[in-house]
Design a protein around this ligand. Structure first.
Ligand SMILES: NC(=O)c1ccc[n+]([C@@H]2O[C@H](COP(=O)([O-])OP(=O)(O)OC[C@H]3O[C@@H](n4cnc5c(N)ncnc54)[C@H](OP(=O)(O)O)[C@@H]3O)[C@@H](O)[C@H]2O)c1
Length: 324
């Protein structure tokens, strides 16, 4: 099969389309023909060093996952080719979405990939392959963070960084939970944030969010860099701050001593029901993944370069048909 192989640690020029062995599913896996692979931070963080040298993250994950010489990519959608003996409820020809195996999922930027039976589900009919691929791992992060915050109907929720991969799902899921969502984003994303479900939007380029009088049951800090104490000042007396991206490490140390801080990180084994929740919301018309751009596999390098700008609107996706 063809695949975008990660041939050189930390170097975008090392992303090469090459022949690779088609993976073989075990009894608990399905083999899919990948139609779309969405990029996320676990993949593009490999390339954050400007001098093409591997970052510490890259060195560590290359070693842990053995990804060097294999395709990156975890968030996929495609068509089932073959199922393992112990997989129930799926058959060849089914359109599915899910996440490739492992704590740092790899193997998705390829014509074929295997998915563990716990991390694959039928693709919602009203989502494209690109949308479905993008509503997997970052959707899981958003769902986990909102559950950790115990968001419930009627809550006031602030989402700082409402327009990126995690941000858009945090907004949409919070809205579906019945919360009233205030999003923070830049001017060009105001309409997008409203479409996602924000009832109020604060443009971080023109307004200081700290100047609002509103106080929140939950603040989810996704993108940007605001002092953690400023976020804490925005909470209601029983409110909670979940640093998803910003201040995540700081929060790990402060959370044991501050009941207003909680952390959520993608668990090594994702929550069992995240694909089912995504499906339920999509079927109810409450999940509309926004795709900024779909690149052909031959332009994987450009896709990663764009991801590294940190100004993606929603998600970016690579189409894995390898025909271009
Ligand atoms: N805890 C976990 O388990 C976990 C899991 C996954 C990801 N993460 C973290 O979550 C964060 C978000 O990931 P992601 O994939 O959503 O990133 P992303 O898609 O690259 O985020 C891009 C978005 O960030 C917005 N942004 C950039 N600077 C901003 C600022 N100063 N203020 C507000 N928004 C800003 C951009 O909007 P503008 O163009 O409008 O600025 C853009 O829409 C990352 O830090 C990632 O490491 C954590």
């Amino acid at each position: 099969m063809k695949a975008v192989i990660y041939t050189k640690s930390g170097d975008l020029d090392g992303l090469k389309i090459q022949d690779a062995p088609t993976p073989t599913p075990n009894d608990d896996q399905v083999l899919i023909r990948v139609k779309a692979c969405a990029l996320n931070v676990l993949e593009f963080t490999h390339f954050t060093n400007k001098d093409k040298q591997p970052s510490l993250f890259s060195k560590l994950t290359d070693k842990m996952t053995g990804v060097l010489g294999h395709p990156l990519g975890g968030e996929v959608a495609g068509i089932v080719e073959r199922i393992g003996a112990d997989v129930k409820g799926l058959k060849a020809g089914d359109e599915v979405f899910g996440v490739t195996p492992g704590s740092f999922p790899i193997g998705g930027l390829a014509e074929y990939a295997v998915l563990d039976k716990n991390n694959v589900a039928l693709k919602p009919a009203n989502l494209s392959f690109a949308q479905a691929a993008s509503a997997t791992l970052m959707f899981e992060t958003a769902l986990g963070a909102l559950r950790k915050a115990k968001v419930k109907s009627g809550d006031q929720v602030l989402i700082y960084g409402a327009s990126g991969g995690v941000g858009q799902y945090t907004v949409q899921i919070a809205k579906a939970m019945g919360a009233e969502v205030t999003g923070v984003c830049s001017t060009r994303n105001i309409e997008l944030a409203k479409e996602m479900g924000c009832t109020q939007v604060i443009d971080y380029r023109t307004k200081d969010f700290r100047k609002t009088d509103a106080r929140f049951d939950a603040v989810l800090a996704v993108n940007g860099s605001v002092d953690i104490n400023d976020f804490l000042k925005m909470l209601k007396p029983n409110g909670v701050l979940i640093p998803v991206g910003q201040h995540y490490t700081k929060a790990i140390f402060r959370a044991p001593f501050n009941k207003h801080i909680a952390t959520y990180a993608q668990p090594m084994a994702p929550q069992k029901d995240y694909l089912q929740v995504a499906t339920k919301l999509a079927n109810a018309g409450k999940l509309a993944p926004h795709i900024d751009h779909v690149w052909p596999a031959s332009e994987a390098k450009q896709a990663f370069e764009y991801a590294l700008t940190q100004h993606v609107q929603g998600k970016i996706v690579i189409a894995t048909d390898f025909s271009e």
